[in-house]
Design a protein around this ligand. Structure first.
Ligand SMILES: [Zn+2]
Length: 254
């Protein structure tokens, strides 16, 4: 299985429009972060987790030519705003399966009403098939099972996903012990860390490192990063040896 980091930035992306912050002005390509998403592939199967506002650019840069389905973590715009750009996949492949919590599907129906219109559909509008994800209900993607992991983003429920020995958790602030038990024996854990300072709805770096120490994956990658965490190169040097800052266009094999 391959995991390609399509984006590793927090909601505004890095650089932030108009910012003179030193990280936003960095020349290091690892300091340029689109909105968070990963592309997971194995054999001839291809899935993405989330579909934020940079989706089109991410599909072009990664040379992704086929998507068998999109797994959504939650409804926030940095994870969903690119949904209109699935059209090239619709034209080539047909209807796009999207997997999400019922609440997230209802939210998408409001925000992208034309996609879900059944009468007088705009010609060429995106077409989706919705599959509700429920906690403790693994579901089949291709020939593998995806296991939802229930986490909290402040007061908002969010799904992470485990596929084989890989788990992707973003926008986590708290997680119940029973959910942590679903993350045993991971080869790779991806988890969010926003910055060093505390935040109401995101792990800061220390909380993410504590969580990684609790879960004990072989390797962990940090994502959903704010510019104020600092330069990639500097922060990476401070991390434990099995913990890495993810960066855009990083590809790992699991
Ligand atoms: Zn987010």
């Amino acid at each position: 299985m391959k995991v390609y980091f399509l984006g590793t930035g927090t909601s505004q992306g890095i650089p932030i429009i108009g910012s003179d912050h030193e990280v936003c002005k960095s020349a290091d390509s690892k300091d340029k972060r689109l909105r968070v998403s990963v592309w997971v592939t194995w054999d001839n199967h291809s899935y993405v987790i989330d579909c934020g506002p940079d989706f089109r650019q991410q599909m072009l840069t990664s040379n992704c030519k086929k998507v068998d389905g999109i797994l959504f973590t939650h409804e926030h715009a940095d994870h969903t705003a690119g949904l209109d750009d699935i059209r090239p996949f619709n034209f080539r492949q047909g209807v796009m399966p999207i997997y999400a919590h019922k609440r997230v599907i209802e939210n998408l129906k409001k925000r992208f009403d034309y996609i879900f219109e059944t009468k007088n559909r705009y010609p060429g509008a995106p077409s989706v098939k919705t599959i509700e994800v429920e906690n403790d209900q693994p579901f089949l993607i291709g020939d593998k099972m995806a296991f939802p992991v229930n986490v909290m983003h402040g007061d908002l429920q969010v799904f992470g996903y485990r596929i084989d020995d890989f788990a992707y958790l973003t926008d986590v602030k708290t997680i119940e012990e029973i959910e942590v038990d679903k993350l045993k024996n991971l080869k790779v854990l991806v988890v969010n860390a926003l910055r060093e300072e505390l935040h109401d709805s995101h792990f800061n770096l220390q909380e993410a490192l504590d969580f990684i120490a609790l879960v004990k994956p072989q390797k962990a990658y940090i994502t959903h990063i704010s510019h104020i965490l600092g330069f990639h190169e500097v922060v990476q040097k401070e991390l434990p040896e099995n913990v890495f800052l993810a960066y855009d266009n990083l590809e790992i094999t699991i």
